[in-house]
Every structure is written in structure tokens, then in C-alpha cells.
Design a protein around this ligand. Structure first.
Ligand code: SF4
Length: 289
């Protein structure tokens, strides 16, 4: 798995599949635990990510780390990637042809990592991986069973942390959605004892969402690297999944988009993270969805 990810990383680092290759400083492939059950997918690298070659290292990245801490997790326990691996100039929106060119890499990452839950951050990642053009405002916090590159998993759309940095109401919603993750992960996990009793993980059938959860879900979808085609529908909706200040960014000016920080002020000035959620309840007690 690690060798497969390393080989893919080497391939992406040489990529010139779209115009962004000529303006990027560094490719931002993604990072984290290659065995992670939980994967986050953002939009595209920002200024700091482009400089460092790492995802979510700016102010939004620090907020993401705080949100993870609120549920007892660290960024080292998850995998973090973006739809685009190269930074759009001035942090402009990704273009449909750029998403088309880059998405095979994301799908191959997912096929290698095989997460049980993918948190899509904002509209671009949510629409790409769900194959549904419904905006993030309507679908956030609602897990959906799907299949990506033949791998069954839950998609769990949430607001992009960069947008929540500037909108207190969105931050509150983001905290509430994040607080549900432990329960979703617990019920997406193999039953106790399965790991020890069953064959080695590599020989086991792919994980599938348990039947008892399907009645809570949005309709399942199947998404693969060949479909759907985003086309013009991939253009951003006016929904508030990104701060409007991004659109006016100057060249190489740090921005809140995609984890880049517009200034070095610490995120600790944002409201305190919510208390850790209680231990997972039984499925019928969840009332999650
Ligand atoms: S954004 Fe993706 S497709 Fe475009 S150059 Fe970067 S890695 Fe290649």
C-alpha cells in the first residue's frame, strides 16, 4: 500500500496534465496514514500548501486539526488530500478541465487507501465524489453510501474549514458535523473480533456499509474514474462553502482557500472546539441521520 502510494506520488510530481503545472511551486500530493479509515478531501492547494508541498498547513489546516482534536483524533491518524494537486493561480476556482485532468489521481489514492469514510470539504470535492450537483449547504452532515473505484464507503460532506474561519454560523455547523464522525466511523468499522477471526485484511472482501445503516442513508451512488463528467456544472454554486474574499486575491497573496492562511494570526482566536462526543451508541440509538 505504501509502495503503491509512493509510486503514485512520483507520477503526480511529474504531472503536466493541465495548465497548473506551469504555475505551481510544488505538487501537493496528500499525506497521512495510508491505512486510515477516515480521509479528508479538500479543493486545491493554497499559497502555503504550494510552498511546502503539504495539504492544509495554513490557518484552515490548523482549524481542521482543532476539529480533529475535538473528537480525539490527530491529522496523523487520517489521510488528507485535495481534488487538485497543483495550486490554481491566485487561488481561483478550479476549472472543469483541471478537475477532469486531476481526478484520476484522487480516485487512485482512494483505491489504494480504501478509507471507510471520506469527508468531503466544500462543494468541489463533494460534487466530484458524489456525482451529484447538489450544493454543500443542503448535503452537509448527511452520510451517503457510495462506491468509488469499486470501493464501498461513506461520503460525509462538511463545510470547508477555510469558509468556516470567516462565518461563525458555519463554524458552529462544522463543529456539529465533525462531532458525529466518531459514531459514523464506529458503525462503519468491522464488528469486534472480525479482524482477529477473519483472514488477513488483504484477502478479505472489500468492506461494505452494514445493512442496518442503509435505511438512514441518502440514496447510494456509484462513482468511478470514468464518470460522471462534471462539465460546466462543476462551476461553484453561490453557496457559502468558500470565503468570498478569495476571489480578490492577488498573485501569490496568501488566502484562506484550501487551507492557505491570509495572515499568520493563530486559529486559537476562533471559538473553542466543542466538547468530545460521548461514546458511540447502538445503531438504533444514534438518531444521526
Ligand atoms: S492539477 Fe493535477 S492534472 Fe493538473 S498539473 Fe497538477 S497534478 Fe497534473
Amino acid at each position: 500500500m505504501i509502495a503503491a502510494l509512493d509510486a503514485l506520488r512520483e507520477e503526480v510530481e511529474c504531472c503536466s496534465g493541465c495548465v497548473l503545472a506551469s504555475s505551481r511551486t510544488r505538487v501537493v500530493f496528500g499525506e497521512g496514514d495510508p491505512h486510515a479509515d477516515l480521509m479528508f478531501v479538500g479543493e486545491a492547494p493554497g499559497y502555503h500548501e504550494d510552498q511546502q508541498g503539504r495539504p492544509f498547513v495554513g490557518q484552515a489546516g490548523r482549524l481542521l486539526e482543532q476539529l480533529l482534536a475535538s473528537i480525539g483524533m490527530t491529522r496523523e491518524q487520517v489521510y488528507i488530500a485535495n481534488v487538485l494537486k497543483s495550486r490554481p493561480p491566485n487561488n481561483r476556482d478550479p476549472r472543469p478541465e483541471e478537475i477532469e485532468a486531476c481526478r484520476p489521481y484522487l480516485f487512485r489514492q482512494i483505491a489504494i487507501i480504501k478509507p471507510k469514510v471520506i469527508c468531503t470539504l466544500g462543494n468541489f470535492a463533494t460534487k466530484l465524489l458524489s456525482g451529484d450537483q447538489t450544493g454543500i449547504t443542503k448535503v452537509h452532515g448527511k452520510p451517503r453510501a457510495t462506491e468509488i473505484a469499486g470501493h464501498p464507503l461513506y461520503l460525509y460532506p462538511i463545510f470547508h474549514p477555510a469558509a468556516a474561519l470567516y462565518t461563525p454560523a458555519m463554524l458552529t455547523t462544522l463543529k456539529e458535523d465533525i462531532a458525529r464522525l466518531p459514531q459514523l466511523l464506529a458503525h462503519a468499522a468491522p464488528a469486534p473480533g472480525e479482524e482477529a477471526a477473519g483472514p488477513p485484511a488483504a484477502e478479505r472482501p472489500a468492506w461494505r456499509p452494514p445493512e442496518h445503516l442503509r435505511r438512514y442513508e441518502a440514496p447510494a451512488t456509484t462513482v468511478d474514474a470514468a464518470a460522471p463528467t462534471l462539465g460546466d456544472a462543476a462551476r461553484p454554486s453561490p453557496e457559502p462553502d468558500r470565503p468570498t474574499a478569495d476571489s480578490g486575491a492577488e498573485p501569490d497573496q496568501p488566502s484562506a482557500i484550501s487551507g492557505a492562511a491570509p495572515d499568520p494570526s493563530p486559529v486559537s482566536s476562533s471559538p473553542d472546539p466543542p466538547p468530545a462526543p460521548e461514546s458511540p451508541a447502538e445503531p438504533e440509538q444514534l438518531g444521526l441521520f
